[in-house]
Design a protein around this ligand. Structure first.
Ligand code: GDD
Ligand code: MG
Length: 347
């Protein structure tokens, strides 16, 4: 079975983090989210993946190339102008002549893909949509379904008074290829607003699958931080990392002064230098090649790669993008910092 990732969105709500890199390439515990998602597919035997790109397509193409490095076959389908989620699916039509998977690329979830596929077959569905329950559905696509778990209505980003269910589209679908014939070609189409409602009207069977126990869309700085806090608390498990509200992961080549105080859980990448009397954690995620000066305090924060934090700085509930320098004695609380040429943004 092949899978399609929708990776062409602008990542507007994650700006300024997405000024330079596309949202699917944002690191989750030091590795791009899209790479983690592709490797998850590999672990269940899926070997071919199509990436539907648009915004910063080159960045994604250059990183994954033809997939050889990951032991996969990866195809890139680039849109010159954004075609929307439905248009992007239609645009990749030539790759799919059998049942296939589709994913939004900003989702972290523990969906069991084998169960998801089995369920789709058992329901004899044309489309199966993974759904999840959230407290505030107004930021998502709300789905109503009947007593047999077939969808009956969709409402994308409803106003609070329009919310009829707190089950939302979790951004993972299984499609039968015949559904592609129902998507108009050559124009912008939303799968959520246009295709799904029309499929129901035409009598197609859209099943809903409720199998995600952990699910988060990392598409805002708050939720991006939250996803990391969930990994550190053990609520969500990442392959190869085992945090449970405790735990220290330290990559190779680190040079950490003996006076540094480390409060678990903490993730420290490779080649990190931490100087005297710094205080790291709890819940600090430090990328590769980071230099942390004397007396620095970092808590509940994510530092990407190649960052310098000068002496005496404080970072709390803060995200620092790659290649930044935090100046001596500067304090940032609930901030996204991407460099001197952009204003720090409050989270
Ligand atoms: N190729 C391509 N072209 N991809 C696109 C385009 C486009 O024009 N527009 C969006 N995408 C990709 C994004 O990169 C992302 O992976 C996915 O489609 C969904 O876009 P988002 O911008 O993240 O949508 P959302 O979060 O507001 O809403 C969607 O996801 C929710 C779950 O997180 C919808 O599918 C909702 O119904 C759903 O509840
Ligand atoms: Mg999203």
């Amino acid at each position: 079975m092949k899978a399609l990732f929708l990776v062409g969105g602008m990542g507007t709500r994650l700006r300024p983090l997405t000024n330079k890199i596309p949202k699917p390439m944002i690191p989750i515990m030091g590795k791009p989210l899209l790479e983690r998602s592709i490797l998850n597919l590999k672990s269940v035997g899926i070997k071919e993946v199509v990436l539907s790109t648009c915004y910063r397509a080159q960045y994604i193409q250059r990183y994954f190339e033809n997939g050889e490095k990951l032991g996969m076959k990866i195809y890139h389908v680039k849109e010159d102008i954004p075609l929307g989620t439905g248009g992007a699916i239609k645009n990749a039509e030539e790759y799919f002549d059998d049942t296939f998977l589709i994913f939004n690329s900003d989702i972290l979830s523990d969906i069991d893909l084998k169960e998801f596929i089995k369920y789709h077959r058992e329901k004899g569905a044309d489309v199966t949509i993974a759904v999840t329950q959230v407290d505030d559905p107004s930021m998502y696509g709300v789905i109503e379904y009947d007593e047999n778990d077939y969808a009956i209505s969709f409402k994308e980003k409803p106003q609070p008074h329009e919310v009829t269910s707190n089950f939302i589209n979790a951004g993972a679908y299984i499609f039968e290829p015949k559904v592609l014939e129902e998507i108009p070609a050559g124009r912008v189409v939303s799968v959520e607003k246009e295709v799904f409602p029309q499929l129901i009207e035409k009598g197609y069977k859209i099943a809903v699958y409720k199998g995600c126990s952990y699910w988060i869309d990392i598409g805002t700085p708050e939720r991006y931080l939250q996803a990391h806090m969930d990994i550190m608390s053990g609520k969500y498990r990442i392959n190869g990392l085992n945090f449970s509200g405790k735990g220290i992961y330290k990559g190779p080549g680190c040079d950490i002064h003996s006076s540094v105080k480390i409060y678990e859980p903490v993730y420290i990448g490779a080649n990190v230098k931490i100087e005297e009397n710094a205080s790291i954690g709890a819940n600090a995620i430090i990328g590769d090649n980071v230099r942390i000066g004397r007396g620095v305090k970092i808590m509940r924060s994510i530092i990407w790669n190649d960052v310098v934090v000068e002496n005496g700085a404080t970072l709390i509930d803060t995200i620092v993008a790659s290649n930044c320098r935090i100046k001596q004695g500067c304090d940032y609380y609930s901030t996204v910092y991407v460099g001197e040429d952009s204003c720090p943004m409050a989270i």
